[in-house]
Design a binder for this molecule. Structure first.
Ligand SMILES: [Zn+2]
Ligand SMILES: [Zn+2]
Length: 303
């Protein structure tokens, strides 16, 4: 089953010709989740060939323009292209007022319903759940209330050992039974034990999104054992004072968060457009956390 992160934009503050502002599209078990929606996100969705009407849940981290100004355009295009399916939006409470004002002053309407789910940046809470995934908010340390997001798969069922299907001529119902850890009883035959026919489930996969933020020193248990952490690294160490002043992180600080949070892989992003060449971000991060990559628009990361 798919668990993929697609980077649609990884530039801080303003876009460049190579990098759009923040947005990511997650494909989890063929369900699409959008995180942040910088200006031009709908163009990036088209460019990288994603069907944006398939998105039903949009998560906005905070109300700096580089993280949400594309939302109005995307919502409008969804309407113009005939959407009728409900859209769920998660974000700071003030975002609802902005969306409604935008609709009101343009004297327009939406053909579809949208439901708004306010987030808060005080403590982590469960904000979304379905049969396969749990999504928690993650309070960050930025100039205005900001949350990251933690996506965790639900614990999966046991896996049937393929050779056992023929050996016991297992039916669909029986396989489901065994996957759930129950034994199968057939009249006049020996019991078929779940433990003999199944393997333990794959461990649930976890992705954490942290942008924008000064490096966190507390609350790191929420990111522990993440398969992938996307962490902002707006600056290099040459701008460490500026990073502190603006509540952003350097590449080295992001690497230390990954290390202290005991994650498996780190993806750096949200690069200031003062940096044309990005290899120095890896040079500063890798001495502290080796398994580190750089975001780029169009990058697909499989978890
Ligand atoms: Zn930003
Ligand atoms: Zn910001």
């Amino acid at each position: 089953m798919k668990f993929e992160v697609n980077i649609l934009g990884c530039s801080a503050a303003t876009c460049t010709l190579k990098r759009n502002t923040t947005s990511q599209l997650l494909n989890i078990h063929d369900k699409l989740f959008l995180i942040d929606c910088g200006e031009g996100t709908q163009i990036q969705l088209r460019k990288f060939k994603f069907k944006f009407q398939r998105i039903s849940n949009i998560f906005i981290s905070h109300l700096h323009g580089d993280h949400y100004l594309g939302l109005f355009g995307l919502m409008s295009s969804m309407h113009l292209l005939g959407r009728t399916k409900i859209l769920h939006i998660y974000g700071p409470p003030e975002l609802k007022g902005l969306i409604d004002l935008n609709i009101k002053v343009s004297q327009s309407y939406l053909r579809y319903k949208y439901e708004f789910h306010p987030t808060q940046a005080e403590n982590s809470e469960l904000i979304y759940e379905d049969s396969t995934i749990l999504i928690h908010s993650l309070p960050l340390n930025h100039r205005i209330p900001t949350t990251g997001f933690v996506f965790v798969e639900k614990l999966k069922k046991n896996r049937i050992i393929k050779t056992k299907i023929d050996e016991y001529k297992l039916g669909v119902e029986e396989m489901l039974h065994l996957k759930n850890g129950n034994d199968v009883f057939r009249e006049g035959e020996k019991t078929i034990y779940s433990k003999n026919c199944t393997l333990a489930p794959f461990p649930p996969r976890k992705f954490v999104f942290m942008s924008d933020t000064a490096p966190l020193t507390e609350g790191l248990e929420l990111i522990e054992n993440a398969d992938l952490l996307y962490h902002e690294s707006t600056f290099l160490n040459d701008q460490i004072d500026r990073a502190k002043h603006t509540f952003h992180s350097t590449a080295e600080q992001a690497a230390l968060v990954a290390k202290n949070g005991n994650v498996n892989r780190l993806c750096l992003g949200h690069f200031s457009n003062r940096y044309k060449e990005l290899s120095s971000f890896l040079d500063e991060a890798r001495p502290h956390f080796k398994n580190c990559i750089l975001a780029s628009d169009g990058l697909n990361i499989r978890i």
